[in-house]
Design a protein around this ligand. Structure first.
Ligand SMILES: [Zn+2]
Length: 938
């Protein structure tokens, strides 16, 4: 076989453009091709699967995706190399609000509004947008090298997935687990839709506490004719239905049966006594606005208060707001505060309503007040709690199943500590509001009858009322929360996609036929059989889910609920939770801070392989991930190093070289590096098994760079020139390098594929589908191993001293090696040519030098003398080292002072304190080393 060529310069872009289309076109990501088996012939234990967290169809690849997808690709590539039928399902999410907003903005540029177009036309427009510009991210996923099964690509609004959404909705409804009800919900006035509780972000903001006087009717308090009430939202005064005090608040006991008057509206409201009132807040009297506040709604329900909604969908004041009608809630607040202050007895028709001494009208005082206010996580608008008729999932029975999946161990979190947060959240979970007032999404499959007012819920479009058979029915306008369909993702993606086929694998069973009452919410497994298909049998539960901690609530828990309920099995066995990537100052990346890193630019600049490797290297177990571009540069250098290593090997390979089937005679150093390879394989196996991605990166990096390149390659330069050792060295170079490329492949797919393809001695398969290396193939004698290690240690020490004392790299110095152990000494003597090559020596002697030399003791019985006379200016070096000691001392003292300062030790984040401690330790090590060097010079 003729030797292949390898370009003299590493060009990552060229490799990416060469290999990805080939992998994809040839079907290398398809497990059918790799295993040679049809779905029906596979067994679940031969299968490994991951479903991708579907990115928004509007999205483009950001740093979070890049990290998340790289981790999944590493797992999938690893399992594929282990011989598993590895399935990675890609796809995108229709992303209700986000997509609707994108298309509405485009329409606005054309002077169009969706309301004028009508629903059908608008939906057509969104689909058109999706066909043209949606899914840019799938192109970017290819740039990242993701080995997903593209022929299984799904979209949450595909016909099949949409059908499954309806099946799920109808079944939950029949089981009594979906209901429609009037509840307080979080309303986004900007997007004009309901939000679920977890879509609301609470932010501390500066506001005011307004002390408002409510005139009393037929009672007095503290000698005054009014009650003072503190509120943060005076605009809701118009919807007040009561004032409330704590039943045990002595100050207000006498007010039982009294009434107060709502300012501006001639409306009398009761004073109620309720345990929920905080006696310490404000004056101990609170206003109750049942239609505009979650707590007030609950209080109102307990006291049978009316619900008065004073706002429109866009949070403007409505008809019930009297003179304030039409104002935005913000403008109304301003106006009401002004009016309250300007109120006089004349405004009340000259009556003495407040009594003497009530200066300042109806407002007594205004205090600055910080409080937590809910904002829409998407639009950023202040959320308006609001009474609304919405669809809900009765969550408790489902949440209990999700908790079960985790307590039983069927699903395990990595790191495990995330389980606590999950349990905590599942404990306090409330019913899930699933209807959204949007046009883009899965429209609620419910129809309302104008004749009998009955609700018909149906998988196929209803044509008549299921109660009275009237044709006079209208479909619900709302769509389902985007997370409703993504909650089904692990099984909906693995189902057949044709509706008839879905019905085949998922038999319907009417709940009434099996005797379950729809209202009981207690469908048994037998009543609702799970779908069965070869794909589901083999790949469900999926093996691993990889996701960011920020969507444990939104997504992970809901997939657990729906998977447990519909499949009667957990959707995934292992959940890997990773952190966010933060900037070098540990700040969250955001557009507004201008610190966002675009992964596509970095991939262009440094190459995808270096970028992927960088991402996993900076990922400590469960902690924050800090973006440090210097390291990214370092991994680009690593790629160059690997490239040049391959070139070195090729250059030293004879024409028509074939790797022998059996190992030729091997030298001790060959055995040594083969043994070290086994250690590296074991380390990589353990790291990937436990999802310690950074450990995996470190293991292969250290082995390739330090052991293989810095040590073995240097020594092989001697062996390749020696007839008695050449065959062994060539065999070892190829065996080790090929195995190392396979170890590295999941992290750096492109460069490894290229290098493996030009090196002779492969098994003709592409690396993507070749076997993962096995540890334990080579077991050299322990003694030779130990002796090689001593020789490498000596070489390392000599190199270090050379570097410390700035000895010319080309200077061939002489050393005297002193080894107490006779067999070790024999070994190093007989292998001294290697030491010469490793440490760039002129000569190695084994006696004690007669003249004074630099002396280094590695440990008892292992010493080396370096003859540097003529290579360095001893006096100058001494001066330099002394200066260096002073500078290190300075740094060391500064670090110590910082750590000693109570301000730093108590207040700085733990990671910063840890980093400072590490700095101090580094100074100390360095100081010892330099002092050591200085003393060896004197
Ligand atoms: Zn009807």
């Amino acid at each position: 076989m003729a030797k292949k060529e390898l370009g003299s310069v590493y060009n990552p872009q060229g490799l990416q453009e060469k290999w990805y289309p080939l992998w994809e076109k040839e079907g290398y990501f398809d497990y059918h091709k790799n295993t040679g088996k049809a779905d029906a012939d596979l067994k679940p234990e031969d299968c490994y699967s991951i479903v991708i967290p579907p990115p928004n169809v509007t999205g483009s690849l950001h740093l979070g995706h890049a990290l998340n997808h790289t981790l999944q690709d590493i797992l999938i590539r690893h399992q594929r190399m282990l011989g598993k039928a590895a399935l990675w399902v890609p796809g995108t999410d229709h992303a209700g609000i986000a997509t609707q907003n994108v298309v509405e903005r485009l329409l606005a540029k054309e002077g169009l509004r969706r309301e004028d177009m009508g629903r059908e036309k608008f939906e057509e427009r969104v689909w058109q947008w999706k066909a043209e510009s949606g899914g840019m991210i799938t192109h970017q996923q290819r740039q990242l090298g993701e080995s997903v099964n593209w022929d299984m690509e799904r979209f949450t609004m595909d016909e099949g997935l949409s059908h499954i959404v309806r099946r799920v909705f109808v079944q939950l409804y029949n089981e009594g687990l979906i209901y429609r009800g009037e509840r307080m919900i979080n309303w986004c006035p900007k997007d004009q839709t309901a939000l679920s509780n977890i879509e609301v972000e609470y932010k501390e903001i500066g506001g005011h506490l307004y002390y408002v006087r409510y005139p009393l009717e037929g009672a007095e308090h503290d000698g005054k004719k009014y009650l003072l009430v503190a509120t943060t939202r005076p605009e809701t005064i118009l919807g007040d239905e009561a004032l409330a005090v704590h039943p045990e608040d002595e100050r207000y006991k006498h007010l039982k049966g009294a009434k107060a008057k709502v300012p501006f509206l001639n409306k009398l409201i009761p004073i109620v006594f309720d345990d929920s009132v905080d006696k310490e807040f404000g004056t101990g009297v609170v206003k109750i606005t049942p239609a505009h506040d979650f707590n007030d709604f609950a209080t109102g329900t307990r006291h049978n208060l009316p619900l008065t909604n004073v706002m429109t969908d866009s949070a403007h004041m409505n008809d019930l707001a009297g003179p304030y009608k039409g104002l935005s809630r913000e403008a109304c607040r301003k106006k009401i505060v002004e009016d309250l202050g300007a109120w006089t007895h004349q405004s009340a028709g000259g009556q003495d309503v407040l009594g003497a001494g009530a200066e300042g009208g109806l407002i007594e005082k205004i205090e600055p007040h910080r409080h937590s206010v809910g904002h829409s996580y998407r639009s950023g608008a202040v959320v308006e709690p609001r009474l609304s008729l919405q669809w809900f999932v009765k969550i408790r029975p489902l949440a209990d199943k999700a908790v079960n999946a985790v307590t039983s161990g069927a699903t395990q979190f990595y790191p495990k500590r995330w389980e606590n947060l999950f349990f905590d959240w599942m404990n306090k979970i409330e019913d899930w509001c699933i209807s959204r007032q949007l046009w883009w999404g899965h429209q609620v499959p419910a129809w309302y009858c104008s004749d009998c007012e009955g609700v018909t819920v149906s998988v196929s479009d209803a044509t008549e009322c299921s109660h009275c058979k009237s044709k006079n029915i209208k479909r619900d306008k709302d769509v389902l929360d985007t997370w409703f369909s993504s909650a089904l993702w692990p099984f909906s993606t693995l189902m057949p996609q044709e509706i008839a086929e879905i019905e085949n694998v998922w038999p319907s069973r009417s709940p009434s036929a099996s005797g379950t009452s729809p209202a009981s919410g207690g469908g048994r497994e037998g009543d609702y059989p799970a779908p069965r298909s070869p794909l589901l049998d083999n790949f469900y539960p999926t093996s691993t889910l990889v996701t960011g901690f920020d969507i444990i609530f939104f997504w992970v828990s809901r997939m657990l609920m729906m998977g447990m309920h519909f499949m009667h099995k957990t959707p995934f066995e292992k959940v890997i939770i990773h952190s966010l990537v933060r900037d070098a100052n540990r700040q969250k990346m955001s557009k507004s801070k201008g610190n966002v890193v675009n992964p596509l630019e970095k991939m262009d600049e440094y190459g995808t392989d270096a970028f992927r490797f960088f991402l996993i290297s900076i990922m400590p177990d469960g902690k924050d991930i800090i973006y440090d571009e210097a390291r990214l540069k370092g991994y680009q250098a690593f790629c160059n190093k690997i490239w040049n290593t391959a070139r070195f090997i090729l250059m030293n390979t004879p024409e028509a070289y074939e790797l022998p089937k059996a190992a030729p005679k091997l030298s001790a150093i060959d055995e040594y590096v083969l043994r070290e390879l086994d250690v590296a394989i074991a380390k990589c196996d353990a790291a990937l098994e436990g999802f310690y991605f950074a450990d995996y990166a470190l293991a292969i990096y250290d082995f390739l760079w330090k052991t293989f390149c810095d040590q073995y390659i240097e020594m092989s330069k001697v062996a390749l020139k020696d007839d008695s050792m050449r065959d062994g060295a060539l065999y070892t170079l190829y065996t080790v390098f090929r195995a190392a490329l396979r170890l590295l492949h999941p992290a750096m797919p492109f460069i490894t594929e290229e290098l493996a393809s030009v090196l002779p001695g492969g098994d003709a398969k592409l690396l993507t589908v070749s076997a993962w290396p096995k540890a334990g193939a080579h077991a050299p004698t322990a003694a030779a191993d130990n002796h090689t290690a001593i020789m490498l240690e000596l070489a390392g020490k000599i190199r270090q001293v050379r570097a410390e004392l700035s000895v010319e790299p080309g200077a061939k110095i002489a050393v005297h090696v002193m080894l107490e152990d006779a067999s070790a000494a024999d070994f190093v003597r007989s292998h001294s040519a290697f030491l010469v090559s490793l440490a760039r020596l002129g000569e190695v002697k084994f006696d004690k030098p007669a003249t004074k030399m630099i002396h280094a003791v590695l440990r008892k019985g292992v010493e080396v003398y370096l003859d540097l006379a003529g290579s360095i200016d001893i006096e100058r070096e001494k001066g330099r080292l002394e200066k260096e000691i002073i500078s290190i001392e300075k740094g060391r003292q500064a670090a110590q002072a910082k750590l000693d300062s109570p301000q730093f030790a108590d207040r700085a984040p733990a990671e910063l304190v840890e980093a400072e401690k590490q700095k101090l330790a580094d100074y100390n090590t360095r100081l010892d080393r330099v002092r050591d060097m200085l003393s060896s010079l004197s």
